[in-house]
Write a protein that binds this ligand. Structure first.
Ligand SMILES: *[C@@H]1O[C@H](CO)[C@@H](O)[C@H](O)[C@H]1NC(C)=O
Length: 467
């Protein structure tokens, strides 16, 4: 089973085939008073002391799974970590389903909910560290969190509430606000129903291509990556009456289609225009949440991703506390990155969180760094360069005191060239308002272009790029 490529609806996890791992697996079952649960805590330890890097890694979950089991454990073990995961007392592969949250009488099992929200995360660390010490006779010299999506949220929870348990936290594309994410995920389908116009995937493709044509070059390179999606001025209305081909049929852009695309990019808002959350960032893959399937007879069918959420219980997963005092006091580092073409959790969620922290705390960069990866999808995928080993950058920060300014990243081009690039930290000094009294759009873009050109001039691998 190790090394299996898991193709999940919106998450592709792949890696080199895992062979020849020598490790000790310890399984511990935990039951909570009054909870009627049975929580598996699984620890993988390099069999021989010489193969252990002396570190401990707690792995996070994904979707509605408390952890990823071997998918998280195997890469950690391969890098020499002693690692832990926990199933939170429910079906380990429940990426999209929350069936496990229901008791047989269809009421909510709050005890299980508490496990994924935080209880099992803390317990896996306490138990895991203890087993490591019993096995090797030594405590790990450093302990880390590693997770994306749900696992990213769990990492932020650790940073907010339990930073003293860890030395470093790597938390990518965090699902900090399930209610808002779910509402955003349903928004495109809602817009199309309201508008009475179901824009097919092929029709979306047309808009996406025109958008890319218009905004790809803003950063100085035609590479299918939009560096600053917010600065993309694409207006679908300019395409009204254009015609194009979809599976042999001639399609003409109507104002209603343009309206749908505009509202999807704009994101959920009230009828009075109050913004309720970010829209789909320009350059992300629309077919994931705006998915409309068509038949040869042109029947258009909606295919919403049915992520369950409800104000009655989802609040527990809201992980937006802006008090990072405990993180600072513990001396723990939080390293986070988010793909700017994330089609499930728009990167603006994380950016907004970081900006709120900056308003409440000084010298945020000493403890918390956020990197935005242009063109990258949810946790992976997309056309942009994917950070290669953010955990290693975190380890270097924690253990050597070298705070990362950039993350190394790679991208495979359409011609299968592998290019190395770097993803920059989003620090306050790097931001400028794109509108307002000083600065302004033009300046901002020019500066961005200079930055990118500067980068290109000393990176030989960029030679193959047009721009
Ligand atoms: C769109 O929905 C169809 C029907 O449910 C499904 O087969 C297809 O995989 C979906 N496409 C994407 C990109 O999710």
């Amino acid at each position: 089973m190790l090394g299996t490529k898991l193709l999940l609806p919106f998450l592709v996890l792949s890696g080199p085939p895992v062979t020849d791992l020598k490790f000790c697996e310890v399984n511990i079952h935990v039951r909570h008073h009054g909870a009627n649960d049975d929580v598996l805590v699984r620890i993988w330890l390099p069999s021989e002391r010489k193969d252990w890097n002396g570190r401990f890694q707690a792995t996070g979950g994904g979707g509605f799974a408390t952890s990823l089991g071997f998918v998280g454990l195997a890469p950690a073990l391969m890098q020499g970590y002693a690692a832990v995961s926990t199933d939170g007392g429910h079906d380990e592969w429940s990426w999209l389903s929350l069936e496990w949250l229901m008791k047989p009488d269809r009421t909510i099992d709050w005890a299980l909910w508490q496990n994924i929200v935080e209880r099992s995360l803390v317990e896996q660390i306490l138990i895991g560290k203890d087993i490591v010490e019993q096995y090797y006779g030594d405590k790990p010299h450093h302990s880390y969190w590693n997770g994306c999506s749900q696992g990213g949220r769990q990492g932020y929870l650790m940073a907010q509430k339990y930073p003293h348990l860890l030395d470093g936290i790597m938390a990518a594309a965090p699902a900090l606000d399930l209610i808002s994410i779910t509402m955003g995920g349903f928004w495109p389908q809602f817009v199309m129903k309201n508008e009475g116009t179901y824009v097919s995937n092929c029709e979306f493709e047309f808009f996406a291509k025109r958008l890319m044509n218009e905004c790809d070059m803003l950063d100085g390179f035609v590479d299918g990556v939009i560096m600053e999606p917010d600065a993309c001025p694409f207006n679908p209305e300019t395409l009204i009456s254009h015609t194009f081909d979809c599976h042999g049929q001639n399609v003409k852009v109507t104002s209603s289609m343009a309206n749908v695309v505009r509202k999807i990019i704009q994101g959920p808002h009230t009828p009075l225009g109050t913004q309720l959350g970010p829209g789909l960032s320009p350059g992300s893959n629309y077919a994931i949440i705006a998915n409309i399937s068509t038949t040869p007879s042109s029947t258009h069918t909606q295919n919403p991703i049915a992520l369950p959420a409800s104000a009655h219980w989802s609040w527990a997963l809201t992980t937006l506390s802006t008090d990072l005092t405990a993180l600072r006091d513990a001396g723990t580092k939080l390293l986070s990155w988010h793909g700017m073409a994330d089609e499930i959790i728009p990167y603006q969620h994380t950016l907004t969180y970081r900006q709120r922290i900056e308003r409440e705390m000084s010298q945020v960069d000493e403890v918390y760094r956020l990197f935005l990866a242009p063109g990258v999808g949810h946790c992976a995928g997309g056309s942009g360069p994917l950070p290669t080993n953010p955990l290693a950058a975190l380890v270097n920060w924690v253990e050597e005191g070298e705070a990362p300014e950039v993350l190394d990243a790679v991208v495979t081009t359409a011609r299968w060239e592998v290019l190395e690039r770097q993803v920059y930290a989003k620090k306050k000094e790097n931001w400028k308002c794109v509108s307002g009294t000083s600065g302004g759009n033009g300046d901002y873009r020019n500066e961005l272009r200079e930055q990118v050109m500067g980068l290109a001039s000393w990176m030989p691998s960029w030679g193959g790029w047009r721009g």
